[in-house]
Design a protein around this ligand. Structure first.
Ligand SMILES: C[S@@+](CC[C@H](N)C(=O)[O-])C[C@H]1O[C@@H](n2cnc3c(N)ncnc32)[C@H](O)[C@@H]1O
Length: 283
C-alpha cells in the first residue's frame, strides 16, 4: 500500500471521529505525523509502506480517533526551537506558552546572575526555554507531579538545560530559602479552569489530560493564582517580575488581586496567538 492511500483512509476516519470532538482541520497533518512516526522516518507522498508500518500506523489512528492527543501517540511535542518528550498523563504544552517563555527570557537577559522560577512547570517548556536562551541564569522548575518532573528532567538533559533544577513542590514550598527576595522572574501557566467548567472542555483535553493540570478545583479557577500572588512577593527581588499566563477574561480579577497585594506596573499582553494573555506585574 502507498502512503497517499493510507493517509486518505486515515483522514476520513479522523474527520468523522472529530465530528464528535469539535477539533477539526488538522486530520491530514496528524495522519502524516503518525505515519512518519510508525515508519521511523519521513515517507514520501507516493512512498510504499511496509505491512508492519501500516499495522503500527493503523493502531495510532485508532488511538487518535478516540480523541487522544497526538503528542501522547508520537511521544513528543515541538516547542519554540526544540522538541520535548511527553507521555500520557502529562499536560501537553500549548503554543501560546511560547510567548510566556519569550517574555521571561527578555527579562532575564542582560542581568549578571539572573534567577528564574517556573511554577507548575509540567514537562518543562518554559524553564527549558529560559535555561537554553540564558545559559548563565539559574532556573528552577517546580511541580507537584513526580511524573511530569521526571520527564522535565529528561527533557532538560537532552536539550542543554543543565542550568535547570527541578523540584517536587507545592508552588514555592520546597524552593531553597536562600532565594527569598532574589528571584528576577516568576512564571506560571496555572491550572485555571473553574471546577464546573472542566466538563465543557473538548474531549481531547478533559478525557486525557489529568484534572489537576487543568483545574485547581476552586470555584473560579483562581485558587493557585491567589496563592502565587500572595507568596510571590516574598521570593521576588524588589522590581522583579511575576508573569501569569491565563485566559483574557481573567485580567480584571487578577489585576485586582495584584494591586491589593502591592504589585505595580500591572498589565496584560499577548503574542500572535490571542486566546491567552500574559499578565505582567512587578514586585
Ligand atoms: C496548565 S499545566 C502547565 C504546565 C507547563 N507549565 C506547560 O505550560 O506545559 C499546570 C501544571 O500545574 C501543576 N500543578 C498543579 N497544582 C500545583 C501546585 N499546587 N504546585 C505546583 N504545581 C502544580 C500540574 O501538575 C501541571 O503540570
Amino acid at each position: 500500500m502507498y502512503a497517499e492511500d493510507l493517509i486518505k483512509e486515515a483522514k476520513q476516519v479522523l474527520v468523522s471521529a472529530n465530528e464528535n470532538f469539535g477539533l477539526r482541520g488538522y486530520e491530514e497533518d496528524d495522519a502524516w505525523e503518525m505515519l512518519d512516526h510508525a515508519n521511523g522516518e519521513e515517507l514520501n507522498y507516493g512512498g510504499e509502506v511496509r505491512a508492519e508500518v501500516r499495522r503500527r500506523f493503523e493502531r495510532m489512528v485508532r488511538r487518535r480517533a478516540t480523541g487522544e492527543p497526538l503528542a501522547y501517540i508520537v511521544g513528543w511535542i515541538d516547542f519554540r526551537d526544540f522538541r520535548l518528550g511527553i507521555k500520557p498523563g502529562m499536560f501537553v504544552p500549548r503554543l501560546t506558552s511560547e510567548f510566556l517563555a519569550s517574555q521571561a527570557i527578555r527579562r532575564l537577559h542582560g542581568r549578571r546572575s539572573p534567577v528564574h522560577v517556573d511554577l507548575a512547570t509540567g514537562i518543562g517548556p518554559i524553564v527549558i526555554s529560559t535555561a537554553r536562551a540564558v545559559p548563565h541564569a539559574r532556573v528552577w522548575g517546580l511541580d507537584i507531579s513526580a511524573k511530569a518532573l521526571s520527564q522535565a528532567r529528561a527533557n532538560a538533559a537532552a536539550l542543554d538545560g543543565g542550568n535547570a533544577t527541578f523540584l517536587k513542590s507545592d508552588l514555592f514550598s520546597k524552593l531553597p530559602r536562600s532565594l527569598q527576595g532574589g528571584v528576577d522572574v516568576v512564571t506560571i501557566h496555572p491550572p485555571y479552569v473553574p471546577r464546573k467548567v472542566v466538563a465543557n472542555l473538548p474531549v481531547e483535553v478533559k478525557k486525557f489530560e489529568p484534572r489537576h493540570t487543568l483545574s485547581d478545583g476552586s470555584v473560579d479557577g483562581l485558587g493557585l493564582v491567589r496563592r502565587v500572588v500572595d507568596e510571590g512577593l516574598k521570593w521576588l527581588r524588589p522590581g522583579g517580575w511575576l508573569l501569569i499566563e491565563i485566559t483574557p477574561d481573567e485580567f480584571r480579577n487578577i489585576r485586582r488581586l495584584l494591586s491589593a497585594a502591592g504589585y505595580v506596573g500591572i498589565r496584560s499582553t499577548h503574542g500572535e496567538l490571542r486566546h491567552t494573555r500574559v499578565i505582567l506585574a512587578r514586585a
